[in-house]
Each structure stands twice: as structure tokens, then as C-alpha cells.
Write a protein that binds this ligand. Structure first.
Ligand code: ADP
Length: 514
């Protein structure tokens, strides 16, 4: 990085969906031009419409478009962009891509390529964490996939153990193994899955912690050696090891624990020569002991909750830092203001095992009002393609207290109206209503423990039926009133009780709409 700050005038966003839109919003706030890239499936997508310019980068499958480095670089050069923001996913944690940007004289808004390489390898990251004095989950660095040595180690630390891919991400190449008999088979299948997904079959073994919480620290570092942390996010509500609801602050946090975890995150960031925004993930056990998990070298999906409680715009700060300027944020100024929750809204059908739901949005009404922020990648009539991650929007809600944030989130979820695809809105309403969630009593096993059969319906059918009848009568009577014109003549629209009952049943048994 040159010593003199370099002002960024145009940013290419190497991504799609809500995160592309979110970065463009920061660009607009700063008077920076934004450039979109899009695949053939996305020519009419919202992020393309939002951008000042847009370039096609290939066919629909992401390995032919959003993941093709040279196509993205070409678009950046054609557009004259002086920086690239990678968002999350796709090329965001690809060191070669960051390096290619550098070679072309384009600023990569993220850490240096070597840092991405070091932290992207979970085994290497563990080593760095140990060097920086961080507590890690008991595990082995064994990287030659020797099944015998791995089994010996697993037996020594005790089952259950977790097999993880060194190059892992998105829960791929991860296997929980309960007993020695299943160990070798799991090792092989985890390694194969990792090889397919990442082109690297290296796996390692860790003690599988029971009922830990996932608590992560947001960090921000500049090119001048300044590193701060921006508090924690609790991300324990997960499905298949993937976050679905996040919040900040964590219900278990104390100022003392925050300081210790914050300092640990800063220590590894310094050790790794970290620059820009990043996240240090930890698992926290029931004694509130914490263990290093990994560092994500990019902006996270769940960054809005941090923004809400700190009042910062993380993308704006990322750009500032990428320009080579000294960070404006001082640790002593970072506070915790209120409480924020985020629900990831997926185009998935919770009643069909969360299968992706594709189609055209026939109806799309966003929630509004105090404390509500929606980062949506779609608008009405958007087409949800099969090719990409099914997350279509994020609902982030702020309240002065956790209780207020939950109440407002429930209100916002009720207001949200989507038809054309199935969504996880109803699922969120059910989870947020769970007494244990309300108490803040959760672990990464929360969903598996409380909804073992993926059954997110109201448990007692009789209660559900009574509630449905109540809701249906109420709505039926109200609509009938509306349908009678002022002169007392009935209007010609049939109001069928059956339809009301059917719809009410869906909202009351599943908590969702349609
Ligand atoms: P990925 O990069 O694939 O997302 P992570 O290492 O970040 O994988 O872990 C994702 C999730 O897996 C964690 O939030 C946690 O729920 C679970 N997990 C990971 N390591 C352990 C462990 N040692 N014990 C228990 N759960 C774990």
C-alpha cells in the first residue's frame, strides 16, 4: 500500500443480491460510482438496476460467472473502477483474486492476499491463534489424512469429535463422529466432500464441544497498525452449522468477557497483519470459557447488527481503510447502544426440509417502522433463480433492550408479505417466540434440540385450530364490512369462509404468511 492515501472514485462490486445492493448504498452515500457485474440469470436483478454501470460476466452458474476471476477483472478494467468490493462468498476469500486486483493496480477492499491465504486455511489459522496466545479447541494439526493417527488422536481427546476441512466454509466437509467405529468412514467422506468443494481434501480433527455458543468479534484494522474490535455477535441459532438468526450484544456478555474476547481477536489480527474488516469466531462453553474457531477475512452477512448498536457504517469504514487512511474509530469510542437482531430471509420451504424455493415474486411488501432495516436483494417481480444462495433479504431490527428488539422483530416479520416463493419468515416467528430464545438460553444445538424433526409448527393441534378459527372469524367479519358499499348494497366479490380458514390456519400453525 502506498503511503499516500488514494481516493476511490469508482467501485466494482464483485457480487450479487443483497450484499451488492448494500455496498452500492454506501457508495452512493459517499458519492462513489458503483459498477455491477451480472450473470445471464441476473440481467434484470435489483443489484444491476441499482448500479451506475453494469457488465455481463457470463452464464448463470456461478462457476461460469461470479467465480470467474478474469471476467470480473476484465469488467473492472473496462469500467475504469479503481477498487473492487468482493462482498461475502464468491471471490471474497480468494487470495488469488485479491492478488490479481493488486497486479492490475485495482484496490481490493479487504485484507492482503497473504493474510487471506494464511487465515483461509483452518489449520494454519489455528497455528496463528496458538502463537497469538488464544485458547483453541483441543484438536490435531494432522494434515496428511493418516486415518490411524487421526483415530488415535480422536480416542485420546474422547468422542464425540468433529472432522473439519482445512479449506472449509459453509459447513462443508464437516462431520460429527460419535464413536470410533464410524470414524474412518466419516474421515473419508469429509475429505471427499472437501476435495469436491474446495479442491483440497485436507481435514483435521477437533473435540466436538457440547452445546457451545457461537460468539464472534468484529474487527477493523488499518494499514497503519491500528486494530479495534466492534463488540460481539451471538450467532448460535444455526441450521446445519449455518447461522440463521444473529444478535448483538450477546445475551451472555459481560464487559469483562467482552474485553478478553476483544483483545484475543485483536491479538490474532495483529499476528496475521490483518487489514480491513474481519471477524474472529469463537465457541463459548457453559463455563463461559471461549475457544478460537476461525477468522473470516471479509464483511459478514450479519454485519448490520453491529452497525445498529455501534452507529457505524462498516462498508464506509472499509472503503476509508482501503484508501490507505488512518482509521477514525478509536476503541474507547466504540459503545454498545441498545440491542439488534437479524433474521436471514431465505427463499426456502421450511415445510419441505428447507428446500430452495424458486420463482417470481408476485407480491413483496417490506416491513417498516421504528428500528427496522431491511437489506433486500430483490424487489417485486424479481425472479429467484436456482443457481445461487437462496437468501433473498435480511431483516435487522433495533430496540433499546433485547425484549424490545424481539417484539419489534416479531412485528416486522408479521408485516412482511411475500408471495411467489416460500420463505423462512414463519420459521423465524416460531423461533423468536420460543421461551428459551426469549430467555437468551441458547447454543448452536438450539434448533436441533427444540425442533428435532424440523417441525416448526405450533405443537398442540387443538390450540392451533382454535387460534385459526379466531383469526379467520375476525378477518372474515372485517372484510365483509369493507365489501358492503356505503349505500348498503353488497359488492360483487365472493368472500369464502373456507379461504379465510385455510389462510388463518397457515398463519397460526406455522406463524408465517401464505
Ligand atoms: P465453516 O467455516 O464451515 O462455517 P466453522 O469452523 O466456522 O465452519 O464452524 C461452523 C459451526 O460449526 C460453528 O458455529 C459451530 O456451530 C460448529 N462447530 C465448529 N467447530 C466446532 C466444535 N469444535 N465443537 C462444536 N461445534 C463446532
Amino acid at each position: 500500500m502506498a503511503d499516500e492515501p488514494r481516493t476511490i472514485k469508482k467501485i466494482l462490486i464483485a457480487n450479487r443480491g443483497e450484499i451488492a445492493v448494500r455496498v452500492m448504498r454506501a457508495c452512493r452515500d459517499l458519492g462513489i460510482q458503483s459498477v455491477a457485474v451480472f450473470s445471464e440469470a441476473d440481467s434484470a436483478a435489483y443489484h444491476v438496476r441499482m448500479a451506475d454501470e453494469a457488465y455481463p460476466i457470463g452464464p448463470a452458474p456461478s462457476n461460469k460467472s461470479y467465480l470467474v476471476m478474469e471476467n470480473v477483472i476484465e469488467a473492472a478494467k473496462l469500467s475504469g473502477a479503481d477498487a473492487v468490493h468482493p462482498g461475502y462468498g464468491f471471490l471474497s476469500e480468494n487470495a488469488s483474486f485479491a492478488r490479481r486486483c493488486e497486479e492490475e493496480g485495482i484496490i481490493f477492499i479487504g485484507p492482503k492476499p497473504d493474510t487471506i491465504t494464511a487465515l483461509g486455511d483452518k489449520v494454519e489459522a489455528r497455528r496463528l491463534a496458538i502463537d497469538a496466545g488464544l485458547p483453541v479447541v483441543p484438536g490435531t494439526e494432522l494434515t496428511d489424512n493418516d486415518p490411524k493417527a487421526a483415530l488415535d488422536f480422536a480416542t485420546e481427546i474422547g468422542f464425540p469429535v468433529l472432522i473439519k476441512a482445512a479449506a472449509g466454509g459453509g459447513g462443508k466437509g464437516m462431520r460429527v463422529v460419535e464413536s470410533p467405529e464410524l470414524f474412518e468412514e466419516s474421515l473419508q467422506s469429509a475429505s471427499n466432500e472437501a476435495l469436491n468443494a474446495f479442491g483440497n481434501g485436507t481435514v483435521f480433527v477437533e473435540k466436538y464441544l457440547l452445546k457451545p455458543r457461537h460468539v464472534e468479534i468484529q474487527i477493523m484494522a488499518d494499514h497503519h497498525g491500528n486494530v479495534v474490535h466492534l463488540n460481539e455477535r451471538e450467532c448460535s441459532i444455526q441450521r446445519r452449522h449455518q447461522k440463521v438468526i444473529e444478535e448483538s450484544p450477546s445475551p451472555i456478555m459481560t464487559p469483562e468477557l467482552r474485553e478478553r474476547m476483544g483483545n484475543a481477536a485483536i491479538a490474532i489480527a495483529k499476528k496475521a497483519g490483518y487489514v480491513n474488516a474481519g471477524t474472529c469466531e469463537f465457541l463459548v462453553d457453559q463455563n463461559l470459557d471461549f475457544y478460537f474457531l476461525e477468522v473470516n477475512t471479509r464483511l459478514q452477512v450479519e454485519h448490520p447488527v453491529t452497525e445498529m448498536i455501534t452507529g457505524l457504517d462498516l462498508v464506509r469504514e472499509q472503503i476509508w481503510i482501503a484508501e490507505g487512511r488512518e482509521m477514525r474509530i478509536k476503541q474507547e469510542d466504540v459503545g454498545v447502544h441498545g440491542h439488534a437482531l437479524e433474521c436471514r430471509i431465505y427463499a426456502e420451504d421450511p415445510e419441505e426440509g428447507f428446500a430452495p424455493s424458486t420463482g417470481r415474486l408476485k407480491h413483496y411488501r417490506l416491513p417498516q417502522g421504528p428500528g427496522v432495516r431491511v437489506d433486500s436483494g430483490v424487489v417485486i417481480f424479481s425472479e429467484i433463480p436456482i443457481y445461487y444462495d437462496p437468501m433473498i433479504a435480511k431483516l435487522a431490527v433495533w430496540g433499546r433492550t433485547r425484549e424490545e428488539a424481539i417484539a419489534r422483530t416479531q412485528r416486522a416479520l408479521q408485516e412482511y408479505r411475500i408471495s411467489g416463493v416460500k420463505t423462512t419468515i414463519g420459521f423465524h416467528r416460531v423461533v423468536l417466540d420460543h421461551p428459551k430464545f426469549i430467555e437468551g438460553d441458547m447454543s448452536t444445538g438450539f434448533l436441533g434440540e427444540h425442533y428435532p424433526d424440523n417441525n416448526y409448527r405450533v405443537k398442540d393441534p387443538e390450540t392451533a385450530e382454535m387460534a385459526a378459527i379466531g383469526v379467520a372469524i375476525d378477518k372474515f367479519v372485517r372484510d365483509r364490512k369493507v365489501l358492503v358499499s356505503p349505500d348498503g348494497q353488497p359488492q360483487f366479490r365472493s368472500v369464502r369462509w373456507k379461504d379465510y380458514h385455510r389462510r388463518a390456519k397457515l398463519t397460526t400453525t406455522f406463524g408465517g404468511n401464505k
